[in-house]
Design a protein around this ligand. Structure first.
Ligand SMILES: [Zn+2]
Length: 324
């Protein structure tokens, strides 16, 4: 079993890294051979009337592409399964195939989806590489490997990604550039309620101590100005490594003694230890808020963010008696 966790601060065990690197290199080599024959005439096939094939590594970026591209894009989102921990994702030949024809590719970067970099390297030799625009969210907001990779929870990220997507679609399909421009303006305006909610929460709860099982909500927490505790524990969850005994004890003490107002629970990156913390929060009457890595079905990005912020608002209101 080969896993693709992003090792953030904690180095991966050497054996795991070696196994992963070896398997991927072999896969990439096979793919490059396969693509050598597949690319003939691919660039000419992009007729003016065809939709623009787009691959998004994560479904929240795919959603933004859809909102801006409308009927003129055909989007494949790789990470979209709400029951799967994206940190444990394994790239498949299916992903590689989708990338073969993509004109626009969007991925997170900052080591969240290292399999994308590898796959794009493998397909980069084909003719379509010249026509393909690759948008890396991390590059747009100045983040790199080692930073908290959950960039889509930073209110600054999606406007930057949306602008880049609109520009890429306009370049790939100049005939509909005005549509993409208009949809970009609509999208940016639709983020205003999210920004307003962040500002309202900041006004009310800045400096309040909270904790989380995994760092997915970190940038949003920073934007609100919350005092996020137990970061080392969260990194261990993310990297699928063992939290230290003292970090576990500190987390438990925060819950048991109600030193935090809220537990932010990543329901998509769970294990026995995080479930134990959730149970302890309940037992200690510390409100918990469930958040996810990928976008749930049936809502768009803005609705997803707003719903989570509303839940947080309610939990903080319960957790801070006297403020409501
Ligand atoms: Zn995560």
């Amino acid at each position: 079993m080969i896993t693709f966790t992003h090792a953030n601060c904690t180095p991966r065990p050497a054996t795991a890294g070696t196994r992963r690197g070896f398997a991927l290199a072999r896969f990439a080599a096979g793919l490059a051979l396969a693509l050598g024959t597949a690319f003939g005439g691919a660039s000419a096939a992009m007729a003016a009337s065809a939709t623009i094939p787009v691959v998004a590594a994560e479904n929240f970026y795919g959603d933004v592409v859809k909102q801006i591209g409308g009927n003129y894009v055909d989007v494949t989102s790789v990470l979209s399964n709400p029951d799967q921990d994206p940190h444990l994702f394994e790239a498949s030949p299916k992903t590689a195939r989708a990338l073969q024809n993509a004109r626009v590719v969007v991925y997170n970067g900052a080591d969240y989806d290292p399999w994308m970099t590898k796959l794009l390297g493998a397909t980069g030799g084909g003719k379509s590489a010249n026509n393909r625009t690759t948008i890396v969210a991390a590059d747009l907001v100045g983040k790199k490997a080692g930073d908290n990779p959950h960039l889509w929870y930073d209110p600054k990220t999606m406007p930057a990604v949306a602008r880049a997507v609109s520009a890429a679609l306009g370049a790939a399909d100049p005939a509909h550039k005005s549509v993409y421009d208009a949809n970009l303006a609509t999208f940016l305006a639709s983020l205003q309620p999210v920004d307003a909610k962040v500002a309202a929460l900041r006004a009310r709860y800045q400096g309040q101590p909270v904790t989380a099982t995994e760092p997915v909500f970190g940038y949003m927490s920073d934007a609100i100005g919350l005092d996020m505790r137990n970061l080392r524990f969260q990194l261990a969850t993310m990297n699928d490594t063992e939290a230290s005994a003292s970090d576990i004890a500190a987390f438990e003490r925060d819950l048991r003694e109600r030193r935090v107002r809220v537990l932010i629970y990543n329901s998509q990156a769970t294990e026995a230890l995080t479930r134990r913390m959730l149970a302890l929060a309940k037992q200690s009457k510390v409100p918990s808020v469930s958040v996810t890595e990928t976008q749930p079905a049936g809502v768009n990005f803005q609705q997803w963010m707003l719903a989570q912020l509303d839940s947080l608002d309610k939990a903080l209101a319960v957790g801070t008696p006297g403020q409501h």
